[in-house]
Write a protein of this length. Structure first.
Ligand SMILES: CC(C)(COP(=O)(O)OP(=O)(O)OC[C@H]1O[C@@H](n2cnc3c(N)ncnc32)[C@H](O)[C@@H]1OP(=O)(O)O)[C@@H](O)C(=O)NCCC(=O)NCCS
Length: 148
């Protein structure tokens, strides 16, 4: 499905206020804003925002090195989910990965986060192993991987 007026582009510093506001709404242990700031300026990052009517409605923050990529964050405004926005960002990311010779994409997801796990499974990610105590509150992460 495609959502009308959706623009996906590389995230820039001017997006950080909106990205962080969305992060706080979407995650129980949000990244601090300074962390996003360093991700924007660091090398080897692939960071996207999805915009509609000028407003940030989703973002994807990833790192990559050589043949491996890691999705650190992906979120979509709760009122706009199930309309293909995260899928559109991931497709853009997968295209970038393929162009750069990345062969595998990895991520961690909370073991209780069924919605995100279903989203990743839809994209072809498979659960590889469990990382106990990964999150600050002690919850385990499911480590998932997709071949590019
Ligand atoms: C996970 C998340 C990013 C998905 O964003 P989204 O824009 O709603 O996802 P899409 O609309 O692109 O979904 C594509 C497909 O993934 C699957 N999917 C996505 N969300 C799902 C859900 N809640 N339940 C079941 N399947 C789901 C479906 O197959 C969907 O296709 P369909 O709607 O045609 O059935 C969004 O739910 C979110 O922001 N969650 C909170 C933050 C979060 O948990 N991020 C991941 C941290 S690891």
């Amino acid at each position: 499905m495609s959502i009308e007026g959706l623009i996906i582009e590389r995230a820039v510093s001017a997006d950080l206020r909106e990205v962080h506001a969305l992060e706080v709404r979407c995650f129980p242990s949000p990244w601090r804003r300074e962390f996003f700031e360093s991700e924007i300026t660091n090398e080897g990052r692939y960071n996207l925002v999805a915009r509609r009517d000028g407003a940030v409605v989703g973002y994807l923050f990833a790192t990559w090195f050589a043949d491996e990529m890691h999705i650190n964050k992906i979120a979509v405004d709760a009122s706009l989910r199930r309309q293909g926005i995260a899928l559109a960002m991931m497709q853009r990311c997968l295209g970038f990965a393929a162009e750069r010779g990345v062969t595998s994409i990895w991520l961690e997801v909370r073991s209780s986060n069924d919605e995100a796990q279903k989203f990743y499974a839809f994209l072809g990610f498979e659960a590889e192993y469990i990382r106990n105590g990964y999150y600050p509150d002690g919850e385990a992460a499911v480590v998932m991987m997709k071949d590019v």
